[in-house]
Design a protein around this ligand. Sequence first.
Ligand code: HAM
Length: 426
Amino acid sequence: MAIQRPKGTQDIIPGTVEKWHYLEAHIRKICSEFGYQEIRTPVFESTELFQRGVGDTTDIVNKEMYTFLDKGQRSITLRPEMTASVCRAYVENKLFTQPQPVKLYYLGPMFRYENTQAGRFRQFHQFGAEVLGGEDPLVDAEVIQLIWEFYRRIGLQGLEVHINSVGCPVCRAEHRDRLHSYLQDRKAELCQDCQSRYERNPMRILDCKNRECQRITANVPTTLDTLCDSCREHFAKVQQYLRISGIQYRINPKLVRGLDYYQKTAFEVMAEGIGAQSAICGGGRYDGLVEEIGGPSTPGIGFAMGMERILAVLEKQRIDVDDETDHKVVVAALGDIAREKGFKLITELRQNGISAQMDLLGRGLKSQMKYADRVHARYVIIIGEEELNKNIAIIRDMKLGDQTEIAMDSVKSYIFNQINHSEAGI
Ligand code: HAM
């Protein structure tokens, strides 16, 4: 039997990869405009980084990590997310000595051993950004603005930004107490996961998808009910800046996120019509994380969005993506001498930055024309026996459907002219 790819992974093949290029081009452009620089970190890290960073009460660390011992008996984990890695790199490369805040973005594969379903993979890709060294609420708003502007540019519509404040360790202690006393008598009715959350991280009960838990927690105290003055002020200011930048948001007091490092601002962007996995982006502030993994006390905030989910929304909303694979010129040549002439031509066209190719299989003229059509050639240069004898080539404009005879020596300049004109929109 033929070997198949592992469950929860995808091949990104031509025909689809152009959509990734489209997104990646937008990502690089917008990040550069907003002053973010790219960071690339290893795909695997010491397991301890995620245990300490993401938190050992989370599903990600408890159930979903690809962890193994390497040949040197070190515990290694394929990264399930990038925030912990970026913070580690910030400390390890002493980026705290650079002008603050440090604004970074990344693109790449992440790995989580999840139950697969539409929109949920075991290897998936994130575009994310992290700002380290800035505690002002303006940073929170800027990060959300970057996300919003990105979606606007790629043409996504009908998205909802949900925001919340999960407080800081001070006000969270009070929230924990209030939750405990609220749920004390009903603890046994909660699902198994929530019973353990009750002890270890009760805030996460608010996020449980179990119907019964949701019923029991319908009116529980939320973190917004217990925010300290500083967190309350911060949250109010974030909203003020969001209003200034014209971003519509919804306060969702039950949004607590699935990772332990968040403090104060937490947010998600939801999209309709792509099934249960509707969160296309998530993020928030993590002021204690850099210190947690051994660095100097540094505020941080960021987000990550699932590329596969964005592509699903693009598809759902039938948003057209430029097809940059269109090959502008295909040479259809028959016979040895014609092929040599053709090869010389495509060499010169390529040297001048024009996308050009020719038949590599020795096919007949008819199938070469079919091929040209399939690869969306704009111009086909036909050199058959008759053309060779007359020392000409036929140039067929596939878009307009007409063709011209051109002296062999002028073919190159003719193509240059045509392409320059069509690029100038003439
Ligand atoms: P997250 O919510 O775990 O946050 O993931 C962010 C986004 O990645 C999700 O909203 C979703 O679009 C996508 N995603 C997550 N898991 C999967 C999966 N199994 N299959 C497909 N897409 C998925 C984080 O990862 C944080 N590091 C975000 C962050 C950055 N917070 C602060 N800075």
